[in-house]
Ligand binder design. Structure first.
Ligand SMILES: [Zn+2]
Length: 320
C-alpha cells in the first residue's frame, strides 16, 4: 500500500517503489535553494522526473546499495557521505570489504568481483543482484564528507547530523529543526523483520546505544527509509522498542540451537535471518553469516565454541 507523497515545508518525502523495500528506499527531496536528495533510491523514474539536472546535492545516510542506488544519475550534484564511508564509496574493493564480502567470502572472491565490475561491457551475467553492475554504479564519486554535529544548510531548511552507528558504523540520521522532523534511515521500526547488522563494522551494541540516543530527539515526526509512514514521536518510540526486542528473540533462538550442539555451518545454513531460498545470492549468504557471527560475539557464545567456530567458518566459506 503506497501513499501520496508528503511535504514538510520544503522537504518532500518520496515513497520508494515496491513498498520502499530493498533495493529501493524512501527519498527526501529538499526543494530549497540547494536542491537535495537524501538517499536517492526511491526509483529511477520518479527521481528523474524531479529533474536530474536540477539536483545540486545528494546526501547518503550510509553506504548501503539501497541508499546510494541512483547517486550516479545526478551528474551535477555534489555527493556527501559520512567521513567513515569515504573509503568504501571510493573503490569497489573497500566497498565490498565494508559490506562483509572479504571476511566471509575471502580475498579471491572479492578480487574476482572487482575484476568483473571493472570490465567495460555493461551486459550483466547476473543471476542475482551481486553481479548486477547497476548496483555498484554510484561507487567512485564523492565530493564532501559530513560528521556528527554538523549542520547542513539547504537555504531555508537545515539538518543536524546525528551519528547513529550500529546498522553501519557510518549511519546518520538527520533532524530538521524547522519542521520538527527526523529522518531515521534504517531504523525501520514498522518492519517485523527487525534490525540489520550484517556489515563488517556493524555492531549490535552500537545499534542499541544509538536507538537510545534517538529516543532523546525532540522531534514531532519521524520518517524511516523503508516504512511508508510518518510516525509521531509516541508511535516511533512504541515501535522502536518492539524493533529492538527482535535482537533478544534472535538471541534466544540462537542460544537454544547452540545448546543442541549444532555446528556453525549448520547454524549459518538454517536461515535464521534470511529465508533459505535467498541464500544462493552471495550477498545474502554473506549477511546471514555475518549477522550470526555478530550474535555469537554479542552473547559471548563465541567464547564457548571458539575452535568449532573457526573450523566451521572456513568450511562454510568453501561451500559457497
Ligand atoms: Zn542500510
Amino acid at each position: 500500500m503506497s501513499q501520496k507523497n508528503i511535504s514538510f515545508g520544503k522537504i518532500n518525502i518520496i515513497w520508494g517503489e515496491k513498498g520502499s523495500r530493498f533495493p529501493y528506499s524512501n527519498t527526501l527531496f529538499i526543494d530549497d535553494k540547494i536542491k537535495t536528495f537524501i538517499d536517492p533510491s526511491a526509483g529511477l523514474d520518479v527521481l528523474k522526473k524531479i529533474g536530474d539536472e536540477r539536483i545540486d546535492r545528494v546526501i547518503n545516510s550510509h553506504f548501503h546499495f539501497d541508499h546510494i542506488r541512483f547517486n550516479y544519475v545526478f551528474q551535477n550534484a555534489d555527493i556527501w557521505v559520512h567521513k567513515l564511508d569515504s573509503g568504501a564509496m571510493t573503490d569497489y574493493f573497500s566497498y565490498i570489504r565494508k559490506y562483509g564480502g572479504l571476511r566471509i567470502l575471502g580475498e579471491q572472491w572479492v578480487n574476482e568481483l572487482v575484476n568483473y565490475l571493472n570490465q567495460k561491457e555493461m551486459k550483466s551475467e547476473a543471476n542475482s543482484f551481486t553481479y548486477d553492475r547497476s548496483f555498484y554504479r554510484s561507487i567512485g564519486k564523492i565530493n564532501f564528507t559530513y560528521q556528527e554535529g554538523d549542520t547542513i544548510s539547504f537555504g531555508k531548511e537545515n539538518a543536524y547530523v546525528i551519528h547513529t552507528p550500529g546498522h553501519a558504523d557510518s549511519m546518520c540520521c538527520f533532524y530538521f529543526p524547522e519542521q520538527s522532523l527526523c529522518y531515521v534511515s534504517d531504523y525501520n521500526v514498522l518492519s517485523d523483520w527487525g534490525p540489520w547488522y550484517g556489515g563488517e563494522e556493524s555492531s549490535i551494541q552500537e545499534l542499541i546505544k544509538s536507538a537510545d540516543r534517538l529516543k532523546e530527539i525532540d522531534a514531532d515526526y519521524f520518517v524511516t527509509a523503508h516504512d511508508q509512514a510518518v510516525l509521531t514521536k509516541q508511535e516511533f518510540l512504541k515501535h522502536l522498542g518492539k524493533f529492538i526486542s527482535v535482537i533478544d528473540e534472535r538471541n534466544r533462538k540462537i542460544e537454544s540451537l547452540v545448546k543442541k550442539d549444532i555446528s556453525f555451518y549448520e547454524l549459518s545454513d538454517l536461515g535464521i535471518f534470511y529465508e533459505k531460498k535467498y541464500h544462493y545470492i552471495h550477498w545474502v549468504r554473506t549477511w546471514e553469516t555475518l549477522m550470526l557471527i555478530k550474535h555469537l560475539e554479542y552473547t559471548n557464545l563465541k567464547k564457548i565454541i571458539p575452535y568449532v567456530l573457526k573450523l566451521e567458518e572456513e568450511r562454510c566459506l568453501e561451500s559457497l
